[in-house]
Design a binder for this molecule. Structure first.
Ligand code: FAD
Ligand code: DLZ
Ligand code: SF4
Length: 509
């Protein structure tokens, strides 16, 4: 009997992937392919491409060790068809396969491409069982509600998984300990570091390939220190549990120029491609609390990110449909300033975040949300351009998780579906949570004039531009009233400063 083809995508790197459930290796051929269509749909960071190709190659070895036949197509294979569907057709023909099995991809674009193969192959697309919530469960939850607030979804996830539950009650008597989690960090704190791995021969070969084919892409390729094998990713996570989790909550929102990782896990890249399992991670974190090695505010905060935010944004992505990435509720049209690629700006906070992104293909949540994201929204940058940037530059970026975070949470471009208010902030917030302002040519405490921090007048200009929309938002109405109380000369000063500054950006005023 002709074999069935199983396609495993670059972000499905686990033997527990649904397409392998219950399958007998002797009846199947697995296809994994490095293709230009995937490596080029946005100009991915060099480290992101290298990470994923190396992780894919290591996973192919892991599968072979488990007895699977794996047809692995490298990017430089002269016969490479260039796209996932092209490779499926080519390899299906080679093996005489008429059936294709695949776990659903993490992006509408790829889903449409795979669905089109239905015309030529007997196609089976399986739900991705790596998530706690299925699409149907999320939709059923959303149907019952007017506002899709993460907090209520998260409580249901706690009940469903039993994580941090004592019977029917949340452990510690509270669902959420976020009020304990807003501390700025000091440079004197002893900082943990993510575990680093020297590239092995397989990774070195991929680094050479990326150097040869993607040298023009954003980002520094070397030094390359990500784990690319499952055992190493697990060691990196274990290292986080032991060294950083206890303070994860306290310093979750802090930013320091010379401490790029602080107490963050730096695991989303491993988790999103399948090297780590979310529920196993959440249970391991809970165990740190139960064993008295980490406090509840830290463990609850971490678990909320994994079974709360991560699941919730995925639910929103699939529920809202393929046009979600094009939403633009605030009508923003400015091109993305070139300093998002070069880091060449006098704003020390943006410079630090872009340089770190360039070097590490990593920035933590508050850098993404409150520095680069906040600035883009205040400056009125087209949210689709912002979305493409985030999708390209972070090693953990796949559309299902990146787009709701960018379009919804950080740009308010879905009009408040995901976030109850725009994450807009002036320089005072950045100054409170970071050490960036001390080294900046702008003065964070100055409100107006050429030396004032641009976030200050851009914030009020944003409130003024979107006054009518924001005055109806209970969490922004006070800011609108504050703006309305400004005397006319002050309002004119804000508008003038903003116009002068925005004129210096790509796209002019
Ligand atoms: P930690 O801070 O240590 O958190 C632990 C884990 O929780 C993360 O690894 C991640 O899996 C999960 N998590 C935390 N916050 C979120 C969130 N808001 N949404 C989903 N999962 C979350 N995350 C991605 O995984 N991929 C993206 O492409 C991505 N793009 C983002 C774009 C913007 C504009 C913003 C504001 C956030 C984005 N996030 C994205 C969410 C978050 O910033 C990253 O998950 C986090 O910074 C990854 O670093 P870490 O592993 O050190 O996470
Ligand atoms: C991100 C990515 C890249 C850079 N390259 C490949 C690839 O060559 N082959 C592949 O199967 N997957 C790749 N991916 C991941 C896919 O783009 C990902 O599966 C979709 O974005 C859906 O999440
Ligand atoms: Fe950023 Fe303003 Fe602080 Fe400079 S002064 S680092 S621009 S917040």
């Amino acid at each position: 009997m002709a074999k069935t083809l199983i396609l495993i995508l670059g972000d499905q790197l686990t033997p527990k992937i649904a397409s392998l459930h219950g399958a007998d290796p002797s009846d199947y051929v697995i296809l994994m392919a490095e293709v230009m269509a995937e490596a080029g749909y946005v100009p991915h960071h060099q480290k992101k491409i290298a990470f994923l190709f190396s992780a894919m190659r290591h996973f192919a070895e892991e599968l072979r060790d488990l007895g699977w036949v794996v047809d692995y197509v490298t990017l430089d294979d002269p016969a490479n068809a260039g796209s996932l569907s092209g490779e499926v057709l080519r390899v299906a023909q080679r093996h005489g396969a008429i059936r294709l099995r695949v776990t659903e991809p993490g992006e509408w674009r790829v889903l449409d491409e795979l669905r089109a193969l239905d015309a030529v192959l007997d196609l089976e697309i399986l739900p991705d069982s790596r998530f706690v919530t299925s699409h149907a469960e999320f939709d059923a939850w959303a149907e019952r509600r007017k506002a899709l607030r993460m907090e209520y979804f998260y409580r249901d996830m706690r009940r469903k998984t039993g994580l941090l539950m004592d019977g029917e009650e949340p452990t510690g008597g509270q669902w959420n300990f976020d009020h304990d989690n807003r501390k700025p960090a000091s440079r004197e704190l002893l900082m943990p570091r993510p575990l680093r791995f020297a590239p092995d021969t397989m990774t070195e070969a991929v680094l050479d390939l990326v150097e040869a084919r993607f040298a023009g892409n954003f980002g520094k390729l070397r030094p390359f220190w990500f784990a690319t094998r499952r055992a190493d990713a697990e060691a990196a996570f274990d290292h986080f549990l032991k060294t950083a989790l206890p303070r994860f909550g306290d310093y979750q929102d802090a930013m320091l120029a010379n401490e790029r990782f602080l107490y963050h896990a730096v695991v989303a890249l491993y988790l999103n491609c399948g090297l780590l399992d979310p529920l196993a991670m959440a249970r391991a974190a809970e165990e740190e609390y139960r064993a008295g090695r980490a406090p509840l505010n830290a463990v609850e905060g971490f678990i909320r990110q994994i079974i709360g935010w991560r699941e919730y944004v995925r639910g929103i992505y699939w529920r809202e449909g393929p046009d979600y990435v094009r939403r633009n509720a605030l009508g923003a049209t400015r091109p993305l300033p070139s300093f998002y690629w070069t880091g060449e700006t006098d704003m020390a906070c943006i410079r630090a975040c872009v340089e770190q992104t360039r070097d590490e293909a990593y920035a933590h949540h508050i850098q993404r949300l409150m520095v680069t994201g906040n600035f883009a929204m205040l400056a009125g940058v087209d949210p689709f351009a912002v979305h493409e940037w985030y999708l390209a530059v972070y090693a953990d970026a796949y559309e299902w998780v990146e787009a709701p975070n960018t379009v919804g949470m950080s740009q308010f471009a879905d009009g408040g579906l995901l976030a109850s208010k725009p994450y807009a902030a002036s320089g005072a917030y950045i100054d409170r949570m970071s050490d960036y302002c001390g080294g900046c040519r702008y003065e964070v405490k100055a409100k107006a004039g050429t030396s004032a921090c641009p976030f200050n007048y851009l914030y009020w200009d944003f409130v003024a531009r979107h006054r009518d929309r924001l005055k109806g938002n209970p969490r922004m109405a006070q800011m609108v009233r504050n703006y309305d109380r400004f005397a006319e000369p002050r309002k004119a000063e804000i508008a003038g400063d903003a116009a002068r500054f925005l004129a210096t950006l790509d796209g002019g005023i």
